[in-house]
Ligand binder design. Sequence first.
Ligand SMILES: Cc1cc2nc3c(=O)[nH]c(=O)nc-3n(C[C@H](O)[C@H](O)[C@H](O)COP(=O)(O)OP(=O)(O)OC[C@H]3O[C@@H](n4cnc5c(N)ncnc54)[C@H](O)[C@@H]3O)c2cc1C
Length: 497
Amino acid sequence: MKRVVIIGSGLGGLSTGVVLARAGYGVTVLEQGQQMGGCLQCFVRRGAKFETGMHFIGSAREGQTLRRLLRFLGIDDISLSELDTKAYDIVRLGSDEFRFSTGGDAFVEQMCCYFPHEAKGIEAYWRCVERVANASSLHTLSPENADSAVSAEYQMRSIDEVIGSLVKDPLLRNVLVGNLPLYAARRGRTPFSTHAFIVDFYNQSSFRVVGGSDTIGFALQRELERYGGRVLTNAKVVRIHSDANHVTGVSTADERFFAADTVVSAIHPAATLTMTDSPLIRPAFRQRIASLPNTVGIFSVYLDFKEDTMPYLNSNYYAYRNGISPWDCEDYTPDDWPRGYLYMHFCHENQPRYARAGVILSYMRFDEMAPWLGTTVGHRGEDYERFKQQRAERLIDAVERSFPGLRSSIRHYYTSTPLTYLNYTGTPGGSAYGIARDISLGVSCHVAQRTRLPGLYLTGQNINSHGILGVLVGTVVTCSDLLGTEHLFRLIKNANR
Ligand SMILES: Cc1cc2nc3c(=O)[nH]c(=O)nc-3n(C[C@H](O)[C@H](O)[C@H](O)COP(=O)(O)OP(=O)(O)OC[C@H]3O[C@@H](n4cnc5c(N)ncnc54)[C@H](O)[C@@H]3O)c2cc1C
């Protein structure tokens, strides 16, 4: 039996572990934290449960891509609650609200009601989204539909350039990128393909995970263990060992050595490369990976609602201040923060009447964390607590303007900053989504799953893309390299017969 060590127990590490354990590998997943799951983790305070990094998922109806992947992984028994099909996303710009309907035709129809003078442009935009999404064999799991020319074109054109070429109305242009915090896009930089994949993914169908996103992590752990694999927590990998030709294992901060024929790192590639000094990995490659930009971090306010006071919001609510577009919100000044936010409720049971808990998210740059660099959780000092409280109050005030009565429904609230994410996931700068795709860098920001050190592979959100589908597609890419692409696609197909 070949021994595989996987570094990191987020979605990428766990799902890769399941696929390889099923294929007969002896899999050990090593997790630095006390709790496994990375961004799938939830926490419980005073009986309320909060998700930290997976609040809703898409394309999970029967036959859709994510559903097929969940079934392939053996975890399609997780319980899902569908978001409002007439308003899975609500975008507020100034004083106007715009609702996104599930399904391409319904989406176009609804947008045309708001912007009848742009009917042609809206139709053209939607066909473009579909064409780009369907051109990717990975996004659709249908190699026969792949169109590499379309994929290549829209990986090199920015979101704002493409949308600007299709619609004229500046307000409509902003509405179409209203859910931009889901991928932290930058004007003139983020490829249109990133937008198309995410928009198409959630438009097919959108769901919350009933009981919290950690149920995905537990289901993956159950599958992993069923095939003889294991997850060890409190096991921070600090070194990847190799001989002249091949990887030989890893060692942890507490000096345990795990021998391995294959090491798959499911953490940030820059952090991975600091753990090996193998000369097979060239300095130019190390430099390129270390210099890639990462997406901005997030400030979260977790809301614990008083019993039966807050009607469940079955939509995601994105709002931007008067005169502010969804673009450039991370270029805020301390005075005009937050320029925008995303507000959501958690789903403790299928279609609950009242929400028990919710979250408000807004961008936060890592430079704001400078005074507390090097401090540890719970020991960052009173000024840090004051900073978080001031920011939380501002965010709650902002949401209260759209949801009068919010404040009086809150029993307690808790906060997290990019420093929290740095601590819990190890992502540089507490970046929300890892490496930023940037058309000005061309293929340089593409990170391959295979390294030049034989036996060392990469997986997780930095390989393909972030988010549940982006990461699972990354798992397919990495496991295809180990098991064979055709074989893996056959397994996915067979699981869905
Ligand atoms: C605030 C927020 C909200 C989000 N909301 C959604 C959403 O609604 N829907 C969606 O699809 N996606 C969402 N995402 C994105 C999604 O959560 C991530 O893309 C995905 O979970 C990343 O998985 P991963 O396995 O690549 O990395 P991670 O989840 O970051 O896991 C990496 C793991 O590796 C561990 N680790 C790090 N270094 C070491 C080491 N040296 N040794 C051992 N272990 C180590 C970490 O502790 C962590 O457990 C959100 C992200 C954020 C930040």
